[in-house]
Design a protein around this ligand. Sequence first.
Ligand code: S3P
Length: 439
Amino acid sequence: MTDVTFQVLPGGSLSGAVRVPGDKSISHRAVMLASLAEGRSEVRGFLTGEDCLCTMKAFRAMGVRIDQLAETHLRVHGVGLHGLQEPAQALDLGNSGTSMRLMTGLLAAQRFPTTLIGDESLSRRPMRRIVEPLRQMGAQIETTARNTAPLRILPAGGGLSGISYKSPVASAQVKSGVLLAGLYASGRTEVLEPEASRDHTERMLRAFGVTVDAEPGRAALQGAQALHASDVEVPADISSATFFMLGAAIVPGSDLLLSDVGVNPTRTGVIEILQRMGADIELLNARRFGGEPVADLRVRGRQLHGIEVGHELVAAAIDEFPAVFVAAACARGETVVTGAAELRVKESDRIQAMCDGLQVLGISALAQADGARITGGRLGGGTVDSKGDHRVAMSFAIAGLRAEQPIRILDCGNVNTSFPGFANLAAASGLRISVRDAA
Ligand code: S3P
């Protein structure tokens, strides 16, 4: 177990041009769909964060040949919908909820059993949300008594049947897991959601030749459709770009360009939230990488102001709230977030982790059941605990730009799950960060 601490000195500003690593959601899906396709697919811009490496290792363990031609360039030799083989051991998915929930859907349809395990954080996260609809389709899945991993997935005796499932949560992981199971099910599989979650699965399935009937908040497909190999160019991850957007937005006078950022409308909630707080963010050079919209983002710093963020903006900014909380701490006035109870079941309880840390820095941050009330003010310094949550760690690192004293952030090793090289890239752009790794 390594014990990684970030130390951030106060002040500085971010400037220049930055290309953050590839999108995590799209990288997972690229490995999964290319593995299930007929033929060879190339993936460029793949995120080599630990989460996506867990997905890659899991598919290799099920007999898929994946050549890493260069750091972020994969060649996947697809085995077809029915070509996966039983792995010799339990599949260890580390910290990755996306791997676990999507693969549960896919593996529920296989003719062999599998066991899925994860780290301490993943082993605490709710799995009932994915297991429940899959059981309705005929899947045989065993969980712990608390509906958590390890998951034991057994072959479904009579095969899976399509369902129309009204999900109580807006979750792309649930929707995608059910749709992947639906590829193997008889008839039609449909998922309806209370708010539109990210739609990368639907877009990429289409790129692989599957007919998907989808609109915001609903997605459906017919079973037994073959996937055909397709090359994937992965955009830079808007969730990783967010830390740099935040850093430029909170320091008046900053001017930063973020290139090739994925701007799928189901992911751009953070841009809208920051703009409503008064941030100067421009989308330039709009284009597409395959089925995904991409743009360069120019961010200039100026004084932000507090706003109300309600449930309608939550799904499209779900991973960005730790950064939004820091923006709120730097803004004039109060920011109130509601409708975001999902934040409590992420890699950590992000409402609590962020409010606790902001309070250490001298900010009034009141945790509420489904959000928080944060009053902007002067950020002091001190030691904050990231709770092993990558996005909490990176958000507090960026807060250093506006702090008056050094900030020490504990338990930052999981930054590598989504953003390998974060500290170096941030330092090169102007953040005064150093890393202590007591391996
Ligand atoms: C993801 C969906 C979201 C998000 C996660 C990645 C995905 O989770 O928080 O980081 O790739 O499908 P939920 O589906 O639980 O909202």
